[in-house]
Design a binder for this molecule. Structure first.
Ligand code: B12
Length: 208
């Protein structure tokens, strides 16, 4: 019941309420996984579905993500304690020349919400920095975002640099101009068109 209230508060963009209810559930001894999956993540799945259906827009999705983050802050130290198993590390960033970060941040937040360790390199990230961060953090997945047709070649260059560095990491790509066909063309391991499906993709690739 109370976990359902967390779900509703995320959907209602009420960060303070999400924090309060999450803390209450933690104090009451609820399983961290249950709070995370049934309270926070499933609420973001719902928000994602509403967004895809055109019933919600970007500002609302960001407000929901912010509310979810409030709950996540409370759960994070407990996740780190090993109360739930780490799902692996994801390095994420917007490629060189590109300053768009709203979609990338959403993907980043949803990945965190799904229990992944996320190393967010920000925007305008060159391929060397991606390679270095993947190595340093022993990442399982590297997620590249591009919003400009003019920065899609930088995405291709980054995937190439990662391959040439010989590191075992799965590359996933996304952003409004990116397509499945483009992902295949540049040899990326996966593509998805929104944040909820990016999480599903990462889960699949991490498990592989
Ligand atoms: C907001 C915005 C800006 C803001 C960015 C603010 C910020 N902090 O991000 C500002 C004003 C800075 C900006 C600047 C520019 N912009 Co702009 N911008 C937009 C706008 C309106 C929205 C983008 C957005 O945030 N969408 C919402 C998010 C949630 O969607 P999203 O990014 O696609 O992300 C989702 C998915 O794609 C996916 N996803 C995203 N990343 C990833 C990564 C992975 C791995 C995966 C799996 C999935 C995934 O999940 C996300 C969540 O569901 C778009 C138009 C549009 N409707 O797309 C133009 C747009 C992208 N911009 C455009 C342009 C041209 C520019 C400028 C060049 C304008 C100029 N002349 O200066 C500059 C470029 C600056 C630069 N070097 O990057 C064009 C691009 C045209 C093209 N085909 O290349 C667009 C399409 C507008 C247009 N119709 O002309 N922009």
């Amino acid at each position: 019941m109370a976990i359902q209230d967390i779900f509703q508060s995320v959907i209602g963009f009420d960060e303070a309420k999400v924090k309060e209810l999450t803390q209450k559930e933690v104090d009451g001894g609820a399983a961290i996984d249950t709070i995370l999956n049934e309270g926070l993540i499933s609420a973001m799945d719902e928000v994602g579905a509403k967004f895809s259906a055109g019933d919600l827009f970007v500002p609302e999705m960001l407000m929901a993500a912010q509310a979810m983050k409030g709950g996540l802050e409370i759960l994070k130290p407990l996740l780190a304690d090993g109360a739930t198993e780490s799902k692996g590390t994801i390095v994420i960033g917007t490629v060189k020349g590109d300053l768009h970060d709203i979609g990338k941040n959403l993907v980043s937040m949803m990945m965190e919400g799904a229990g992944f360790e996320v190393v967010d390199l920000g925007v305008d990230v060159d391929s060397d920095k991606f390679v270095q961060a993947v190595k340093e953090n022993n990442a399982g997945v590297v997620a590249l975002s591009a919003l400009l047709t003019t920065t899609m070649p930088a995405m291709e260059a980054t995937v190439k640099a990662i391959r040439e560095a010989g590191i075992t990491v799965k590359t996933i790509v996304g952003g409004a101009p990116v397509t499945q066909a483009f992902a295949e063309q540049i040899n990326a391991d996966g593509y998805s068109d929104d944040a909820p499906s990016a999480v599903e993709l990462a889960r699949k690739l991490m498990a592989a």
